[in-house]
Write a protein that binds this ligand. Structure first.
Ligand SMILES: O=C(O)c1ccccc1NCC(=O)[C@H](O)[C@H](O)COP(=O)(O)O
Length: 273
């Protein structure tokens, strides 16, 4: 079994368990269930911002431990003060060390779009995302088929949230793309092998629909990488590990964002090898 299949297995069990403990009717009573979401799409497309979606990520299957002793309050506020366009909060515990509590803390301290980053395969998780303060959810083409993506997206839209559809190759783009996707992301990391190659996103960029915001995901290590992706046509940049490896992720994001701005002003763009 590859990692995605393993994650799918424990996710199904997790959802079944949580659904018993916290039925949808219970989630509907939660404070954030009735809150008005903030549009990820509009923040990413706002040219006064960096387009960076800064991620809170304690560990990962590819890196192992990244930064376990963080305060979500401090990191999320630091990210937003550094000019990030939005937050991404990993809520998967076994593989990423995150939780729905992290999502709620980020929500409590920030007015900005927040992406619930998890492995969505059941409508229950969409209700959970809303109830804990998310503005958008991620749907991964390598994980679920198009029909399920459409169903989950429809529910997300009914609850006022947006949908980021993630693909890794042309095949997934062809099989899964539809107008249910508010944003499309190309993940340069192959989630089955962990091989990360920015050329994946660069090459696929011009195959993406022109009328949907495009997000370059994973493996963005330097400001030059972001500038190169911007030049390739991406509007948003999902970055976790590079910031989270720092003892002060907010400050790392701030330095990074300033360098991106300087490079853009100078007209430089050299991707890392
Ligand atoms: O990051 C992993 O190792 C990983 C493994 C299996 C499934 C998903 C995984 N990551 C999720 C992501 O998409 C990234 O957290 C996100 O794009 C940020 O990437 P990075 O800046 O490289 O941390």
């Amino acid at each position: 079994m590859n990692i995605l299949q393993q994650i799918a297995e424990y996710k199904k069990a997790e959802v079944a368990e949580r659904q018993k403990l916290f039925p949808v009717e219970f989630l509907k009573q939660k404070l954030y269930y009735k809150s008005t979401p903030v549009s990820l799409k509009s923040y990413v497309m706002d040219e006064t911002k960096t387009g960076i979606i800064a991620e809170i990520k304690r560990k990962s299957p590819s890196e192992g431990k990244i930064n376990s002793h963080i305060s979500v309050e401090e990191v999320s506020i630091g990210y937003m003060q550094s000019g990030a366009s939005a937050l991404s909060v990993l809520t998967d515990q076994p593989s990423f060390g995150g939780s729905l509590k992290d999502l709620e803390v980020a929500r409590k301290f920030n007015y900005c779009p927040i992406l619930r980053k998890d492995f969505m395969l059941d409508p229950y998780q969409v209700y959970e995302a809303k109830a804990h303060g998310a503005d958008a959810i991620l749907l991964i083409a390598a994980m679920i088929d198009k029909s399920l993506c459409q169903d989950l997206a429809q529910l997300a839209h009914e609850l006022g949230m947006e949908v980021l559809l993630e693909v890794h190759n042309q095949e997934e783009l062809d099989s899964h793309y539809g107008n249910y996707a508010d944003l499309v992301g190309i993940n340069s990391r192959d989630l089955k092998s962990f091989n990360t190659d920015l050329e994946v996103a660069r090459k696929l960029a011009n195959q993406l629909p022109t009328d949907v915001p495009k997000i370059a995901e994973s493996g963005l290590k330097t400001p030059e990488d972001v500038v190169a992706m911007k030049r390739a046509g991406f509007d948003g940049f999902l970055i976790g590990t590079s910031f989270m490896k720092s003892s002060e992720p907010g400050k790392a994001c701030q330095r990074f964002s300033q360098q991106v701005k300087s490079l853009l002003a100078e007209g430089v763009a050299k991707p890392t090898a």
